[in-house]
Each structure stands twice: as structure tokens, then as C-alpha cells.
Write a protein that binds this ligand. Structure first.
Ligand SMILES: *[C@@H]1O[C@H](CO)[C@@H](O)[C@H](O)[C@H]1NC(C)=O
Ligand SMILES: *[C@@H]1O[C@H](CO)[C@@H](O)[C@H](O)[C@H]1NC(C)=O
Ligand SMILES: *[C@@H]1O[C@H](CO)[C@@H](O)[C@H](O)[C@H]1NC(C)=O
Length: 340
């Protein structure tokens, strides 16, 4: 949300749905939205929430009760990437989550679930091939496993910030086409253990999380991608992949893929919800722009429609128009793609 506030507690998924009419979609398609940061995230809320249920109730009276159900709040995330911010947080995390859950029950609110949000890069080890992925220790024992049990008991979801961009940046062997959903005949990787084939990095990362949950003993927990996106600009001139052409290709490819209802190789219903980071440019994180709108609320990407079906047609023309750029980038990663 607004930033990686340690101990921030944020009603995460105000469903700013970018998909008004979902009737024409396959039933298995993912709900798609965008994140909006209100900048009101409270810091240092969790130790009191963990200690005392009346604090949790009070928090709900301020942040949820006045708006609900007029505002559709589906999930409350206690913290955003808490382990990255401070490992000490882990002792407070589960008690705070439980207190909020019980307080919601006290208020007879049963449709809001409680969870926390991890970031893919700080929680998953050895993501390739996906079948080898596991949760990082010791977080697996201190936080993740008890959380998964809670999620199962309460029908809640596992929330993860999942950025192919970030993984691509640290794994130089990944060719640019793979995170950008550019399918071509040799653009796949097989997971020899599961015998499935991957054609984009997003699916590989999702399945890495699904495998890690299964290895921990928890299958079938719904997965929500709470943040994903591609920066269209960076103040760091060395970040050449943060450009509007790649950002548009990523978002377009992502939306087409999610709406196809194909899911991922390991989970045919796919992720249940995906939120694009973020609605408006803010340059909050490392001087990068992630918005799908400019700060003046005009659309940044002419050729992405956030409703309707558009996966064919213009796509190919766009690729031709930026052909040289892409060829250069493909060559950069050429030949050494050895993720598996
Ligand atoms: C919880 O916090 C409230 C307000 O700070 C306090 O009045 C109450 O005694 C606390 N309850 C427990 C069990 O600590
Ligand atoms: C979870 O969902 C199942 C099936 O929809 C339902 O039977 C069960 O009561 C739910 N459990 C909780 C704690 O909401
Ligand atoms: C909104 O901002 C963008 C980027 O700064 C600019 O290109 C565009 O012309 C602006 N639109 C309006 C209506 O001001």
C-alpha cells in the first residue's frame, strides 16, 4: 500500500474494480483491480493489537465500521511485507491477526477475512523450477505455517506481492520476453519434476508460491496477488527496463492472461484476485513510476482497455512498432536462459 510501513495495518483491497461487467468472462477468470494508497496507514499499530483485543475492536471502529458495507472491504492485511521490515514483527503478527478476526466476529462481520501480505522475494527461496520452491526459514516455522493454518481455519487467502520485474532484474539469465508475456516458440521452460511447461514468469512465480504452500502441508489455500506491475519510468537512468513500452506490454499481457481463465499449470482456477500496483504515479518506491494513471488522472496507456476483450489485433502491431527495442532486449538475454 502506501509504502512498506512496518507494522502498518491497512484495509487492503478496496475493490477498485477495473472490470465493471464480469458477465462475459469465463467463471474461472481472476478478479482484477488496482491498488490505491490513501496514505492513512497507521504505523506501530500491531503490538497493541496483538496484546489486547479491545485495541483491535477500536481499530475496526475507526477504520472499517464507518465505511462497511458501503465500501466493499474483502480482506484486511496486517502489515505489508512485515518480515522484510523487521523479523521481530513475527511474534506480534499472528496474535494481531487473530484479535482482528475475533473482533470482526464480535461485530458480526463475517465477510471480511484477515491475513498478512508477504513479498515474493523475501519469503520464497529457490523459486526455479517452481516445484523446488519453499518458504524461507525460520519464517516458515515462526510465521508462515501458523498463518497457513489460520487461513485454512477461517477461509482466508494467502496474499503475496509478486513482481516479475524485480525477479527479472536480479536474475540476468531471464530474457525480457518471458516476464512480458511475449510468447514465441522457444520461450518456455519445463519443470521436469511436475512435467509442466511455463510460458511466462508470472505463472512460474505463482506456482512457486503454490508449491511452497503444498510442501508446507497446505494445498488449496486461495492465492491473491496483492501487488504486481511494471514501472514505466525510473529516476535511475541505468534502469532501462523501466519504460512505458515494457510496462504496457506487461499489463496487457497480464490482463489477457488472467482473463483467458487458463490459470496456471499447477492451479487451473488460477489466482483468485490480482491487483495492479498502482492506480496513480507517486514515485514512492525508489523513484519509479508504477501508475496506470498520471497524477492528473488521465490514462497513461492508450492501448490497454481495462474492460472488454482486446487481446488480439493491436498487440501485434505494437510489437512491430517496438521491434528493434525488443530485439535488442531479447538478444541481451539470449542463450543463457537457464532457470531450470
Ligand atoms: C486493553 O486496553 C484497554 C485500553 O488501553 C484497557 O483499558 C484494558 O484494561 C486492556 N485489557 C487488557 C486485558 O489488557
Ligand atoms: C469455510 O467455507 C466452508 C465452505 O464454504 C464453510 O462450510 C465453512 O463454514 C467456512 N468456515 C468458516 C470458518 O467460515
Ligand atoms: C496529464 O499528465 C500527462 C503527463 O504529465 C500529460 O502528458 C497530459 O497532457 C496531462 N493531461 C491533461 C489533461 O492535463
Amino acid at each position: 500500500m502506501s509504502s512498506y510501513f512496518f507494522l502498518s495495518l491497512t484495509a487492503l483491497l478496496f475493490t477498485l474494480s477495473l472490470l465493471p461487467g464480469s458477465t462475459s468472462l469465463p467463471t474461472s477468470a481472476t478478479t482484477i483491480g488496482a491498488t490505491y494508497s490513501a496514505g492513512t496507514a497507521a504505523t506501530q499499530m500491531v503490538p497493541p493489537l496483538a496484546a489486547n483485543r479491545s485495541n483491535a475492536l477500536r481499530w475496526l471502529y475507526v477504520h472499517v465500521v464507518p465505511f462497511y458495507p458501503r465500501t466493499k472491504i474483502s480482506t484486511i492485511s496486517v502489515g505489508n511485507d512485515p518480515l522484510e521490515s523487521s523479523p521481530d514483527f513475527s511474534t506480534f503478527l499472528l496474535p494481531a491477526i487473530r484479535n482482528l478476526h475475533l473482533s470482526l466476529r464480535d461485530l458480526s462481520i463475517r465477510k471480511i477475512s484477515v491475513s498478512t501480505t508477504f513479498s515474493f522475494i523475501s519469503i520464497i527461496t529457490t523459486p526455479f523450477p517452481p516445484s523446488s520452491a519453499q518458504f524461507l526459514e525460520p519464517a516458515l516455522y515462526t510465521v508462515v505455517r501458523p498463518l497457513l493454518q489460520f487461513l485454512r481455519d477461517t477461509n482466508s487467502s494467502f496474499l503475496v506481492n509478486l513482481y516479475p520485474y524485480n525477479l527479472y532484474k536480479i536474475r540476468s539469465e531471464i530474457p525480457i520476453g518471458f516476464p512480458l508475456f511475449q510468447e514465441h516458440p522457444f520461450g518456455f521452460r519445463d519443470d521436469l519434476t511436475t512435467g509442466v511447461r511455463y510460458r511466462n514468469l508470472f505463472d512460474m512465480m505463482v506456482d512457486a508460491v503454490i508449491s511452497a504452500m503444498a510442501v508446507a502441508g497446505y494445498e488449496n489455500i486461495p492465492l491473491i496477488v496483492t501487488e504486481t506491475g511494471w514501472p514505466s519510468f525510473s529516476t535511475d537512468p541505468a534502469e532501462i527496463d523501466a519504460n512505458p513500452i515494457y510496462a504496457e506490454l506487461y499489463l496487457k499481457g497480464l490482463l489477457c492472461h488472467l482473463r483467458s481463465g487458463k490459470g496456471t499449470p499447477l492451479r487451473k482456477e488460477g489466482v483468485s484476485e490480482t491487483y495492479i500496483y498502482e492506480l496513480l504515479d507517486k514515485q514512492m518506491r525508489k523513484g519509479r513510476n508504477w501508475g496506470i494513471l498520471y497524477p492528473n488522472l488521465t490514462a497513461k496507456y492508450k492501448y490497454i482497455q481495462f474492460s472488454g476483450s482486446y487481446c488480439r489485433g493491436f498487440f501485434d502491431m505494437l510489437i512491430m512498432a517496438v521491434g528493434q527495442f525488443l530485439v535488442f532486449a531479447f538478444l541481451r538475454g539470449n542463450g543463457s536462459f537457464s532457470l531450470l
